[in-house]
Design a protein around this ligand. Structure first.
Ligand SMILES: C[S@@+](CC[C@H](N)C(=O)[O-])C[C@H]1O[C@@H](n2cnc3c(N)ncnc32)[C@H](O)[C@@H]1O
Length: 368
């Protein structure tokens, strides 16, 4: 596993305080589990069905390779847009399990076999038409320490190596908006100099709430189209939704008079704690509370969530509700512990966004 552990710099007093609070909530969770075991199963009744915004398109013969596949946000979007899945590479075993369980026919490499740094891609030249991936974003993240190429988690060079060895017709890389900031302009130039000889590269930022997803989530997108194809990618014409969706309405709730897209879900797979909170900043906690929703201590399912009321009376969510807020259909099942499932969700490209991007590529590049 290539993630570097970030030391958690806190005082002994704070550490003791966290340990006590963690023990207390563990106890409360155990009690909730016992109550839930006897309770009648609670069914969710969301009003947002992401699959309705991702109509399955006719299958194209465009073979698509997925790197850093995580729990499959990009993979699912490209699949629904009709691209033919060639293979997925992902270092985390539980993420590989998630992909395999949802799409048993897909070729999924995970664990050591899914480590992109260990692959020689040259044999795929002429086979794979499209490569997509979201190299780990912590090196460019505002939440992280923004060390860019000096960060051991910077996997962008590996993505570039793959594209360079395969020379697909097009590629798409996704990352946090920080990747496109002025701070990393020299880094980007160095990264793309070689590829720019063969690819027309377009970079832009997308916001999930413009695609019907009930969450404000910005992501940087880099799309390259091989120059010999004589085609250009125009991001301005990508189809967006007419209205923004509120999180309460998406979940079928009416808790407060204020509704709007949820704050960006934090990506929880890495970092010092295995947290079950989806809040990514103090400001986001304030916003969640305005919506009457508690963003911490996400429950494994709705029955446990209802058996475990929050102290301040706000609504406790379960993993499936976070899945909906990220634009995953409920039919897509995530495997692993709660923090792992939340991590895959929070790390993903919202599938409806991936779908819109894939559809635009289909219409503009793979339209022969
Ligand atoms: C930002 S997430 C990608 C999310 C994915 N694009 C989606 O839409 O669901 C980055 C992923 O890269 C994986 N990863 C990190 N280092 C890797 C490596 N060396 N080989 C393969 N996967 C790796 C992480 O485990 C993580 O799941």
């Amino acid at each position: 596993m290539s993630y570097t552990h970030i030391r958690w710099d806190i005082s002994e007093d704070r550490r003791t305080e966290y340990a006590i609070s963690s023990k207390t909530s563990q106890l409360a969770r155990k009690t909730a589990d016992a109550v839930a075991a006897k309770a009648e199963a609670v069914e969710l009744s969301p009003r947002y069905a992401p699959e309705a915004d991702m109509k399955q398109l006719k299958r194209l013969s465009v073979k698509t390779l997925s790197l850093f596949s995580g729990g499959g946000g990009l993979d699912l979007g490209f699949d629904r847009a009709g691209f033919t899945h060639y293979a997925s590479y992902e270092i985390l075993k539980f993420a590989g399990e998630t992909l395999r369980s949802n799409r048993p026919k897909w070729k999924v490499f995970s664990g050591e076999n899914g480590d992109v740094t260990r692959q020689d891609w040259k044999s795929l030249l002429g086979t794979v038409d499209m490569v997509h991936g979201g190299p780990p974003c912590q090196p460019f993240s505002i939440a992280g320490r923004r060390m860019g190429k000096n960060d051991a988690r910077d996997m962008f060079p590996e993505f570039v190596r793959c594209v360079d060895e395969i020379r697909p017709k097009a590629f798409m890389a996704e990352n946090v908006p920080g990747f496109l900031s002025a701070k990393f302009s020299a880094y980007r130039k160095g990264l793309f100099t070689e590829l720019a000889k063969y690819y027309e590269i377009t970079t832009f930022v997308v916001s999930s709430d413009e695609f019907g997803v009930p969450q404000a989530r910005k992501r940087a997108i880099c799309i390259g189209v091989r120059r010999d194809l004589g085609k250009k990618f125009d991001h301005v014409t990508i189809r967006k939704a007419s209205d923004k969706r509120g999180v309460q309405s998406a979940l079928g709730l009416s808790l407060t008079s204020k509704d709007g897209p949820a704050p960006t879900l934090r990506s929880t797979l890495t970092g010092p704690r295995q947290t079950t909170s989806i809040a990514n900043s103090t400001a986001s906690v304030v916003r969640w509370k305005e919506y009457g929703i508690w963003p911490h201590g996400i429950s494994p399912n709705a029955t446990v969530a209802r058996s475990f009321p929050t102290k301040d009376g706000t609504y406790r969510m379960c993993v499936e509700e976070c899945q909906i807020i990220q634009g995953f259909p409920l039919s897509w099942e995530f495997y692993g512990a709660v923090y792992q499932r939340l991590g895959m969700i929070g790390n993903s490209v919202c599938p409806p966004v991936a779908y819109a991007l894939a559809k635009a590529l289909r219409d503009q590049v793979f339209n022969d």
